[in-house]
Structures are given as C-alpha cells and as structure tokens.
Design a protein around this ligand. Structure first.
Ligand code: SF4
Ligand code: SF4
Length: 707
C-alpha cells in the first residue's frame, strides 16, 4: 500500500511526465551540459584527473575547517570586512535586517546566492518593507514566477521564452516580445536602474580563501560584479564549507566549477574581492562589506560520517545533468530547495529527513552522479543512507520490501519451476502479483530454471585442476543461477578452456537491492557473508570473477564502503573482475572470426560506467569480427536494477520515460541486435525497442566456443 508521501510523489511524477515541453527543455539542457563538459575535459591536460585533487582539497579543508574559519575571519577583519557567524537562517536574516535598518535601505539587489535560497531570506526581507530583486536572469524568472529553482545552475530551464516574456509583461506592465534578443533588451532595461540605485547588494560566494580573507564570485552575466560593487553596502552570504586554505586551491576550484557546470574554463566573470576600497577622496562615507558565514546544520553534517561528504559539493550542477530520473521530473519534484542528487543528502542534513524522504525514492541507484562529480562525492551511498534512515523512521513500502527480496523470490521460483513459470504466464496471477507486491504485470520476466548453476556446477567439464596458474572463485548472483544457468555454464567453460581452475565458493547474491532501497543493515550482513567466504580465497591468490555488472560494482566499490576499514573487503575488491575483463587477459586471440558482418549495438549498464565502461566486452566481440557500436543516451536505460519492475509512476512509468531517448537512439541506429551484460537492462531494451537483445555469452552459444 502506498502511503501519503508516495501518493504525493506519484502525482508529481505523473504530472512531470505529462509535460513534454518542460521535459524536453530540461533534457536538452542536460545533454548540452554533458557535451560541453566532455569537450572541455578533452582539451584539459589530464582530463578528469583534477577530480582527485579537488576531492583531496575539499577533504583537507573540511578536516581543518575550524582553523580555516578562524584564519578566514581574522584576515577578512584586517581588510575592514564585518563578519558575522550565523548559526542558522534566522540569525543570518536578523543580521541582514539590522544592516538594512541601520542604513535606511529600501532596495536589495541579489546575485548568485543559493545560500540565501537555502534560508529563504527573500520573504522576511520583503515583509520588512525592502524591495528584493534577483538579478541573475534565471533566478529573476524564478522569483517572478514564485517558484523554487528547477536546476542548480539553470534555475529556470523549464521555462520557454514565451513563459519568460509573459512573466516580464506582467511585471513591467507592457507587452514584451518572446524574441530572445528583444527579451534581453527588455530585461537589461528592467535591471539597469535596479543596479544603479540599489542600497544593498547581496551575493553569495563560490569560494572563501583563508590565507587572504578574500572571496570569489563566479558569474556569466556580470551581474555579481555590479551587485557587489555599485552599492555602498555589500553583504555576502556563504556557507562555511566554501572556505579553502590557499589562493592556489581557489584557482583550482575556479577551474573545476565551470568545467563541470557548463564546460567553460573559467566562468565569464570571476570576481576576486578582498574587502572594499573607499570610493575615493571626498567620498561621503566608507563603503561597507559584510560577510555572513552560515552554519545552518553544517557543523552537525560534518560530524555525521555518513553525510559529511556532501559538504564537499562545489555546486556545479553536473550531477543534475546526468541523473536519469531528475532528467524527467526536474527540480520541483526531485528536490526541496537544493535540487537533484546532491539535494537528497543536503536536504536531509540541513532541512530534515522528512523533506528529503519526499524525493529520495526517485534515486534509482545508478551511480552516475558519483562518476561525473568534480569532487567525486559518493552521492549514491549517501542517498542509500538517507533512504535507510527514512525507512527506519517511516517504514518501508511493500513494493520495496518485495524488490529487496528478489533473490529469495527467484530461489522460490526456481525451486518450484516449471509450475512457477506456468503461473507467471497467467494474466490473473500477474495481476495478483501487481496488486499484492507491486510487480508490474506488463514486464516480461525471465523464466526460472529448476536446475540452478550451483546444482549443475559439479558436472561441468574441463576444470584445469589444482595445478592451474589461475584460480577463479566464480560469483554467480541471481540471474546466472536461477534464470540462465546456461550462461553461467558457458562462462565457466570459457574460463576453464583458458586454463583456469574455477570454483564456486559459498556465497549469497550481491545484496545490491538492499542498498538501492535503503536497508543498509541487511546490505552489510550480505557484504560480511560474501567477504567472509571470498577473502580467504582472494588472499590465497584466487581471482573473483562475476558476470553481472552490478555484482562487480557491489564487490569492488560497495562492500568496502559498507564495511569501512575492513581489510578483507579491500582484498576481495582488489581481486574482483568483470567476466570479460578477465577473459580478455587470459584468452588466446581467436583464429577465426565467427561474428564477421554482425552489427551489434552495445548497451553499457550504469554500474559498468565507473568500472570498465564496457570496453572489455566490446573488445572481445570485435576480436570475434563483430562491428560493435556503443549506443548511448548519456544516462540510464531507466530500469535502475529492479526499479522499473515496480508498478506505477514511481516505477514502470518513470522507467519508460527515462528509457525513451535510449530506445530512440537504438531505433535510429543501423544495428541488427543489442548486446548487454546486464540482465535487467536486457528486459527494458527488449520491451522498449524492436531489437533482439542478447547477452554476449548467448552469442557464444549460437556460434559455438570461439577458437
Ligand atoms: S545514483 Fe543515479 S538516480 Fe540516484 S541520484 Fe545519482 S544519478 Fe540520480
Ligand atoms: S554534488 Fe558534485 S556534481 Fe553535484 S553539484 Fe555538487 S560538486 Fe557538482
């Protein structure tokens, strides 16, 4: 049964899916963002390697934050800046109101301040009689529309030129054209007197520099510079996590931020402010500079080991440009004030678990946001933690419990096959499953095999025996055990044919659904069990080889995270390989090309993207003569493990909407079949396209073992 929270979320998803205009604008913006970033990275020496440096700098700064804060404050004061450490939003707003009162201010012009969005300061300032005007075009549009940001960097991306023209028409009381050039002239005309007559300019800061006491403001419209320099009083509101130690570190941030956000390097206007200089001889009074450093839950976040990494965020918005579900529903559904992936842990820490739990289920645990983040922040893991806490407080949805039990359901299906298969073919039984456990009846499920791989294992041919140079501990997971043991058999035979001794140690399926749906206690239990059985083998020189990309991801990346400081987990991770990665290392180059003239379109599962990006299997297929094209939409196929098996908007419907661009990409291609290593992506692609979808090892079954 869906609770009120899920019902609300379902309604919002349905509404978002039904608005193709906003979806298309958002999608185009995300695509542009990813493409510009990729282009910029190609031109940068070292490509994306700067992420390591940014991660290290942010980690060190957060570690030493108290000392950096002290130095930053002292150096700012030396430059004549008035500094206020605000414990929360209310204290920050009080300070702003006092400054405004003391100066008899009437207008406040603002630029680039997500932090003031976070504390929702516009309302109280306006209630106190101040005219508050956002001057970044995106923020101004949002302000006029009375909405919250849709995207961190492009807050009004969902609005068309016509929408914007209508908003300005209403504000300015005269007709405004939706022609972009004319619109821009009108906006400039509207903003110019505001810049020139503002009493207080209010900005955020992208960076605070401890060694100089300076701040850095990056903008593309130049308005940050106008707002911070024309008026006699400048107030900067920044989070305490923005402070770095040195100028050199700040320079790296100035590069990393725009490259990740818009593919620029650097942003068009980079303002380095070190207090304010007087206006010159005869100036009526010194110009004021205030910096409000906001805590608002950040100290508590720093002390929360599961969420502290969120403080490394440099607000580039790149994670929004890749998140598959955000790309469909946008920031008004996927976000509170901070939208997108980072919005989930940030909202949980700053605004409370209750608000974060409203949109955390939109995360389908694809892992892509971590791969694109310039600070290499592990958002997927933090989000799993938020889901875990939300489940503990508010309870777990029935359908999510069922998805977490997928391995046990598969074991039951296999033990009762062929009867289970007969039942699964009955429409009434599928309807019953949909109504009771939320498994969408439209999904075509793989058949269960009674004789699992584990049962067949003893009879498999050709083990290289104890004297073999390479010893493999084969990790089976669910699909190759209960549904397609023939693929597992082929895999083991290929390993053995290449001289490996292959064993099937005691193991449980990877347990990834526990991470995806937020039961980290069970996830840890499974990780401990598998690590406990695999680590002695890994230490004895065995390699752990898994077929399913998500299993490799769990063993290599997730288990060490679930079991921090566990040397066994690290030992297993180090010796874990994806099947084709391993096979390529050991198999002889084939002498015949049985796949010549085959045109295959490869789909890379999300969990592979951060590991080997599917290169080994594509290379392996090409070695057999196939033409292999990587077909990409840039995000996910939409299945998200078992997410797309769930019925309703927060499942099947959203999954289809996410998958559409990839389905279209395959339809436009000239491939004859799709190849993917992921058992669940295969279901999505077979249903969403007209193509036959094959596991690479099915091709082996078709052509016979390569040789
Ligand atoms: S893991 Fe995937 S679905 Fe979840 S927030 Fe990150 S990009 Fe979005
Ligand atoms: S979490 Fe990473 S990718 Fe997302 S906005 Fe922050 S720095 Fe950018």
């Amino acid at each position: 049964m869906a609770d009120a929270r899920t019902t609300r979320l379902n309604e919002k998803i349905t509404e978002a899916i039904q608005h193709p205009k906003a979806r298309n604008s958002l999608y185009a913006c995300m695509e542009r963002g990813r493409a510009s970033r990729a282009e910029a990275l190609q031109e940068m020496p070292g490509g994306a390697s700067f992420r390591t440096e940014i991660k290290a700098i942010k980690a060190a700064c957060l570690e030493n934050q108290d000392e950096l804060l002290e130095r930053f404050v002292a150096n700012m004061k030396k430059r004549g800046t008035k500094v206020f450490l605000a414990e929360d939003g209310a204290a920050a707003i009080d300070y702003m109101l006092n400054v405004a009162r003391d100066r008899g201010a009437k207008t406040v012009s603002k630029s680039k301040s997500l932090t003031t969005e976070e504390i929702e300061s516009n309302g109280p300032l306006q209630e106190a009689g101040l005219r508050v005007v956002e001057t970044d075009l995106g923020e101004l549009i949002i302000q006029l529309a009375g909405e919250k940001p849709y995207h961190l960097v492009f807050p009004s991306v969902h609005k068309t030129a016509q929408d914007v023209a209508e908003l300005f028409e209403k504000e300015m009381g005269r007709p405004i054209s939706s022609d972009i050039d004319e619109l821009m002239v009108a906006v400039r005309g509207y903003l110019r007197p505001i810049f020139l007559n503002t009493d207080i300019g209010m900005t955020g800061a992208n960076i605070g520099i401890a060694e100089t006491g300076g701040i850095v403001i990056e903008t593309n419209e130049g308005n940050g510079r106008l707002v911070s320099s024309i008026g006699d009083c400048h107030i900067c509101v920044m989070g305490s996590e923005k402070i770095v130690d040195t100028l050199e570190e700040a320079l790296l941030m100035v590069m990393a931020h725009p490259v990740s956000a818009t593919g620029q390097c650097p942003t068009t206007y980079v303002t380095w402010m070190n207090g304010r200089s007087p206006l010159g001889e005869g100036a009526p009074e010194p110009r004021e500079s205030h910096v409000i450093i906001l805590d608002n839950g950040r100290t508590q976040m720093r002390e929360d080991p599961a969420l502290s990494e969120a403080l490394a965020c440099i607000r580039c918005g790149a994670c929004m440009n890749i998140c598959p579900t955000y790309g469909v529903v946008g920031g008004h559904t996927f976000g509170h004030i901070y939208p997108g992936p980072i919005g989930i842990p940030w909202t949980a820490a700053v605004h409370g678990l209750d608000l974060a739990a409203d949109f955390a289920p939109l995360c389908i645990s694809c892992g892509l946001c971590k791969e694109i983040c310039p600070a290499d922040i592990d958002m997927p893991y933090m989000i799993a933690e938020v889901k875990d806490r939300a489940n503990a407080r508010y309870g777990t949805q029935t359908v999510d419990r069922a998805m977490m039990a997928a391995d046990r359901i598969a074991a039951l299906g296999s033990a009762t096959a062929p009867l289970s298969n007969w039942f699964l073919e009955r429409k009434t039984f599928r309807l019953l499953l949909e109504r009771t456990i939320g498994l969408d009846r439209r999904r075509s499920l793989p058949r269960f095999e009674r004789r699992t791989l584990k049962r067949r294992f003893a009879k498999l041919r050709g083990d290289a025996g104890d004297g073999a140079d390479r010893k493999v501990a084969f990790f089976v997971d669910v699909y190759a055990d209960y549904n397609r043991p023939d693929l597992g058999e082929t895999a083991i035979e290929l390993l053995r044919a290449s001289g490996c001794s292959v064993g099937l140690p005691k193991q449980k399926p990877s347990g990834y659904p526990y991470i995806a749906y937020g039961d980290l206690t069970r996830a840890r239990e499974v990780a401990r069990y598998n690590v406990g059985h695999l680590a002695p083998l890994a230490r004895a020189g065995h390699d752990v080889v898994a077929l399913e990309p998500t299993a490799v991801y769990a063993l290599k990346l997730m288990y060490p995270k679930l079991l921090p400081g566990d040397e066994d987990a690290l030992a297993v991770a180090e010796r874990t390989f994806g099947f084709f990665d391993y096979l390529l290392k050991i198999e002889d180059t084939p002498t015949v090309l049985p796949l010549e003239n085959r045109r295959l379109g490869f789909h890379c599962a999300c969990h592979q993207k951060g590991l080997d990006a599917g290169m080994p299997v594509m290379t392996w297929l090409r070695r057999l003569g196939a033409q292999v094209e990587l077909i990409e939409s840039g995000t996910c196929c939409g299945m998200g493990g078992t997410f797309g098996l769930k019925t309703g908007p927060l499942g099947y419907e959203l999954s289809q909407a996410v998958g559409e661009p990839l389905f279209d990409a395959f339809e436009r291609s000239s491939v004859e079949a799709i190849v993917t290593e992921s058992s669940v992506c295969a279901i999505q692609l077979a249903e969403g396209t007209k193509f036959r979808v094959l596991h690479p090892l099915e091709i082996v079954s078709e052509i016979g073992r390569p040789g």
